[in-house]
Design a protein around this ligand. Sequence first.
Ligand SMILES: Nc1ncnc2c1ncn2[C@@H]1O[C@H](COP(=O)(O)OP(=O)(O)OP(=O)(O)O)[C@@H](O)[C@H]1O
Length: 484
Amino acid sequence: MDDTKRTKFKTLKCAVSEATINAIKSMGFKYMTDIQAEVLPKALDGIDVVATAKTGSGKTLAFLIPAVEVVVKQSQNNYQGTFCIIISPTRELAIQTYQVLQDIISHHEGITSALVIGGESRKMQSNRLAAGVHIVVATPGRLFDHMRTKEFDYSKVQCLVLDEADKIYQYGFEEDLKQIINRLPKQRQTMLFSATHAETTEELIKSALRDDLHSINTNEDNDRATVEGLKQGYVICETEYRLCWLYKLLKKTQNLKVMVFFSSCKSVVFHHEFLKKYCNLSVLCIHGKMNQTDRTATMNNFYKAEKVALFCTDLAARGLDIPAVDWIVQFDPPADANEYIHRVGRTARGLGAAGHAVLLLRPEEEEFIEYLKEAKIYLDKYEFWDKLSSLQKKLDVALQNPEFVKMAEEAFEGYIRAFEVKKLKHVFNLLTMDMESVAKSFGLKEKPDVDIRVGFSKKHRPRKRAMALLTTNISSESTKRLKT
Ligand SMILES: Nc1ncnc2c1ncn2[C@@H]1O[C@H](COP(=O)(O)OP(=O)(O)OP(=O)(O)O)[C@@H](O)[C@H]1O
């Protein structure tokens, strides 16, 4: 859309304080994005809102502006206390939202805020909360911990924002969130934001929002699910050459900012160790097993970097707004279309932005492209490079280190386990997977001794049907193959 057809933030002057308008101006924004133009008038009127809009469409300001204005309205009354809570599914997203909030409130006098996330000092957070900060940005687990203490008085909360609502459930915070919602004052405004809509969101809407809510979905009118500025394609690669393909890609993109998605922490660790230490490439990594200090430091480095690759799990896929990411590489396939959308949403963000994405698939997985088409995601087929460098010598050096061998074996296991939880079993088929080739793709000469039928972690335990398949229906041949 050309800017002349867009609505200016200035038009909100009657409902938004001058300080907020000035803050938006200093952030460099003049026109509202579609979702902002739809949400802001309603939300500023105190109406409950459910908003679904593409990644990078500007949802953060669509809820932060009304949240700040709730506090501004209080300035005439008794100004002490927590009036707004914003809940994010991941610590990184909470940190980012908190930073944007600081940009807005820096133009206001006396509005206070706190960041309440896991991995950081409870005592310090508790002191901030006891002081009655106006706006709290939090992850659900830690927020609920504080709500069970006497120090945190949340009885004045008038506005609750649930950002990336479907993911809050998916990350296992369902119970915490239910308890939080039950404890908060019933007379409040609730806003729920997401880029994709999951069934669980419906349940949440029923339990947390008022009946006269306003529902906005700027995705519905579009004939494609991803943003216009994104050029996206896929590459078919034989399993055993996957690592060589990644190496070549990183060599070719050395002057760019790239995010590479993996399905397990262990896979991130293995690929990071090999490509950084043994291939001398410039690579960062982030995953859920790292401590919070390292996670934050890595994200800060990646924010600032102009050219580097970040290896990550889907922890980093949601909501993060990193400047100028050139390429999104999905080295391991996403679980479904929603996850695809969130991953590629880390590039081509904001009005008129551009970016690239590539999805790597094994030949058996090509049907996934049809499935994406049904979800209005259209990918070009990219040519595979005919020449890949052999990494065997480098791998042989690395494999002399027993710790590296352990990393490779764990990454192998992590890769397979990720398939257990994928819904599209006929596309991501564990039963027909050639485990020898998978082992080779982790540099291993032989399949490690991993029995994928036992020792399922709770999170990865397959549903009854899948378990029955694994234990009874499969032929002895495939049993042998599975018991790698
Ligand atoms: N009105 C605007 N004009 C121009 N750029 C904007 C505007 N509003 C937000 N942006 C920029 O667009 C980018 C994406 O915004 P934001 O992070 O809020 O997207 P989002 O919809 O929350 O995405 P996701 O679903 O991935 O979390 C940010 O860099 C932000 O600064």
